[in-house]
Design a protein around this ligand. Structure first.
Ligand code: HEC
Ligand code: HEC
Length: 272
């Protein structure tokens, strides 16, 4: 008899525990869902702001907007830049680029600023405003495959690669930065993302780098709309107790070029 009461008691305890914890399980599912919804909303807000800047005739000082040329006047010769304007569809898939004449890496954000400064006669954008405009311009290339370069980085880093003159040297420098410990605790990108794949950090898998460039700019809760270079800073600074580098610094630009080249052939999918 005592045994039966005991068993009933245990059974009741289990049933009530299930009912007690169920809402928690439900709530955590909801939390995940709402996180996704927040990210979606933030990306949409970034896209909308970027689009409004794209159509804004006051972004510069000469009354033009990006859209006046890149939507309304496609195929028109523009004397100011001595070139014919093209549509921006697919253009984001060709950045970052290595300019063989100046031997410099140029990111999409920097290219947009060139049009703002030289064509719109305005002040270059930075931070969130630039990231939002970059996000919008990148979204015009959704579905296009990241073009990348055909050259492979050389497995051996030589001193000559420090001042790259060829695309192969530029990629070799980028890979060199990928493999070099950049933070205080001696970790490199390669320690946490070995060979561009997912690694292990504190027993948990990290994310792969290969194939992920097509999602940038994206939303992360620590930084609003972020570019790939913001991601580098986040990885090195928070994961590594390292040193934040300037967006547009030589290290981050060559690393950017290398990381995008790791995603060669993957489709651009921003804002999804
Ligand atoms: C007065 C016309 C005009 C305006 C306004 C203008 N652009 Fe351009 N843009 C051009 C021309 C011309 C080129 C050069 C195309 C080429 O190199 O073939 C260009 C090139 C570009 C490129 C590089 C394309 C490539 O394939 O190399 C991007 C990206 C770009 N513009 C974005 C913008 C953005 C964003 C704005 C607004 C901030 C803007 N442009 C405003 C005329 C304009
Ligand atoms: C201490 C370990 C660590 C180091 C060092 C590190 N990362 Fe990360 N990285 C992570 C973790 C963990 C994540 C996933 C969480 C996040 O997004 O922050 C991540 C995410 C990323 C992502 C985003 C993947 C995605 O789609 O969400 C990219 C790209 C990336 N890292 C590249 C790099 C590069 C390039 C470097 C070198 C500058 C680097 N990481 C250094 C741990 C690290």
């Amino acid at each position: 008899m005592k045994k039966a009461i005991f068993i009933t008691f245990i059974a009741l305890l289990i049933i009530s525990a299930v009912y007690y914890f169920k809402p928690f399980a439900f709530a955590s599912g909801k939390l995940k869902l709402s996180k996704k919804m927040i990210a979606k909303e933030k990306i949409e807000a970034g896209l909308n702001y970027g689009k409004s800047e794209f159509y804004n005739t006051k972004l510069g000082t000469d009354g033009f907007s990006c859209a006046k040329c890149h939507v309304d006047s496609i195929g028109t010769y523009i004397p100011a830049v001595k070139k014919v304007v093209r549509s921006l569809k697919g253009v984001a898939a060709t950045f970052p680029r290595f300019n063989p004449k100046t031997h410099q890496v140029i990111t999409l954000g920097e290219r947009l600023n060139m049009c703002i400064v030289h064509v719109l006669k305005g002040k270059p954008l930075s931070g969130q405003k630039l990231n939002d405009l970059t996000l919008y311009v990148t979204s015009l290339s959704n579905g296009y495959k990241i073009k990348g370069y055909n050259a492979e980085p050389s497995p051996v880093f030589k001193n000559a690669d420090r001042h790259p003159k060829t695309i192969q040297q530029a990629l070799t420098l980028g890979k060199h930065y990928y493999d070099t410990p950049l933070g205080a605790s001696g970790k490199s990108c390669d320690s946490c993302h070995p060979g561009g794949g997912a690694g292990i950090l504190g027993g948990k898998p990290t994310k792969p780098v290969i194939g992920h460039a097509g999602f940038y700019p994206t939303y992360k809760k620590w930084g609003k709309i972020i570019t790939m270079q913001d991601q580098f800073n986040h990885c090195i600074y928070t994961g590594e107790e390292g040193f934040k580098k300037k967006i547009g610094s030589k290290t981050w630009k060559y690393l950017d070029l290398y990381v995008y080249s790791l995603s060669k052939g993957y489709k651009i999918k921003v804002g999804k």
